[in-house]
Design a protein around this ligand. Structure first.
Ligand SMILES: *[C@@H]1O[C@H](CO)[C@@H](O)[C@H](O)[C@H]1NC(C)=O
Ligand SMILES: *[C@@H]1O[C@H](CO)[C@@H](O)[C@H](O)[C@H]1NC(C)=O
Ligand SMILES: *[C@@H]1O[C@H](CO)[C@@H](O)[C@H](O)[C@H]1NC(C)=O
Ligand SMILES: [Fe+2]
Length: 409
């Protein structure tokens, strides 16, 4: 985030990260020269992953054990996780401007990566290693790939079997936002069910009350909505469907429970787990409201992956602390620089998964920072490329903002 924002900050900051942090290095995924990747499959090499079906207890995150081996191990060998699993060239669009240039062998960046020696320092000598990685439900299946040649000249050495969540389309990662009036709460979530495939809604009630069903609207976008690279090219990933439901006429100070639902065309219901929130007080009511305001949090991975330059390492600590304090928080304002996806769209799912315990319980209000919005010629305040081509589309779609124009927040 840029210093200019300081001028607009209210003086009641409770928790804030105002300084231009050293964490403003490049997105770790941008260190991989995806377009230079070549195939160098070696039948003596392997990469195995278990289990291959995830989320069997209905959870949206799961751990896998990865075992791999290469006959020519090197200190800069690495493991990339691709999703969807069919990551290879056949899905690359041919470069439209120059039909004589052959398309690259990989068209998308991995959704996360780790060095082969991360848990096995002897890998470079023994050629054998193992890792534990956390995967979250991001609507598609996964495959894991062992690369040699480092990040700059990646060579595919071995490819794992496919791994998938038992229901990749499941409704996930609800985030609350205050509506336009005091007694309205909005619930936004992500699923793999498009309009026409299933009807999205929220089932909610106060304790002991009759359940109410409220409909949800559905948004998505394609890569033509992106302003440039990498969001439009190697960083692009199908965002799935983002649903928002409006829970109206809330009773002041009341505790509500809710869950996300989809009715499939055959009449089957798909449900999320159950969540709860407390409705706001009547305006002017004598009450204590505890507000947390911060910017620049970013995201990180519990398994230590994507750790180039220790990018945003404190994000998990901050998230954990907020979760511990949740009983003493009524609303959160994340005033910009949300997850530093910088055009690598997979990171937005990972961020909404990271903050789910917070955002599903108290309103999580976001504002736009340079890393969400800035792109030359797109009407942003600064003409830099800090959004990696997202030009605000991800932020304004993934989170609900109670503004007349969702592009201006
Ligand atoms: C592990 O790999 C990284 C990246 O190539 C390298 O910088 C580091 O020195 C390696 N560590 C060991 C113990 O080999
Ligand atoms: C990859 O899989 C997706 C669905 O998971 C499908 O839409 C796409 O056509 C596949 N691409 C290739 C090259 O098979
Ligand atoms: C985050 O928490 C871990 C484990 O509690 C600790 O080792 C680390 O120093 C913390 N990092 C920061 C940036 O505070
Ligand atoms: Fe920032």
């Amino acid at each position: 985030m840029r210093e200019l924002r300081l001028i607009f900050l209210p003086s009641l900051l409770i928790l804030a990260t105002l300084e231009e942090a050293a964490s403003h290095g490049d997105q770790p995924l941008s260190k991989i020269a995806v377009q230079k990747a070549t195939f160098s499959l070696n039948h003596q090499a392997y990469i195995k992953v278990s289990p291959t079906v995830l989320g069997l207890k209905g959870q949206n995150a799961d751990w896998v054990t990865v075992e791999f081996s290469s006959p020519n191990p090197s200190v800069d060998d690495w493991i990339g996780v691709f999703s969807p699993s069919n990551f290879s060239a056949s899905s690359c669009p041919a470069p439209a401007d120059n039909p004589w240039v052959s398309p690259p062998l990989l068209c998308s960046a991995p959704i996360k990566y780790q060095y082969a020696n991360y848990s096995t320092p002897k890998y470079k000598d023994t050629g054998k290693g193992s890792l534990k990685l956390q995967l979250i439900n991001q609507r598609s299946d996964f495959s894991l790939v062992l690369f040699s040649g480092g990040l700059l000249n990646p060579k595919v050495v071995a490819v794992s079997a496919k791994v998938a969540f038992s229901n990749p389309n499941a409704p996930v990662y609800p985030r609350l936002a205050q509506g336009k009036v005091w007694n309205e709460m909005t619930v936004t979530w992500t699923s793999g069910y498009g309009i026409g495939e299933a009807v999205p809604f929220v089932e909610w009630s106060w304790k002991g009350g009759l359940p109410i069903h409220s409909p949800a609207g559905t948004l998505t976008f394609d890569s033509n909505s992106m302003c440039g690279e990498p969001a439009m090219t190697v960083g692009w990933r199908d965002p799935g469907f983002i649903h928002t439901s409006f829970l109206k006429e809330l009773w002041p100070n009341t505790l509500y429970t809710y869950r996300l639902g989809h009715v499939l065309s055959d009449g089957t219901y798909v449900w999320s787990q159950q969540y709860s929130f407390k409705a706001p007080p009547y305006p002017g009511q004598n009450s204590l409201q505890r507000v947390v305001i911060f910017g620049d949090m970013g995201k990180d991975e519990a398994d230590g992956s994507n750790e180039y330059n220790d990018f945003q390492h404190g994000a998990l600590n901050t998230t954990k602390q907020l979760i511990r304090d949740l009983n003493n928080i009524d609303i959160v304002f994340h005033i910009g620089d949300i997850c530093y996806a910088n055009g690598y769209l997979s990171q937005w799912d990972q961020f909404t998964a990271q903050v789910e315990p917070i955002a599903s319980t108290v309103p999580y209000m976001i504002a736009s920072g340079n890393h969400e919005r800035d792109w030359p010629g797109s009407g942003s305040f600064y003409g830099t490329k800090d959004s990696g081509g997202e030009c605000g589309v991800l932020a304004e779609t993934m989170f609900y903002i109670p503004a007349e124009n969702r592009a201006k927040f």
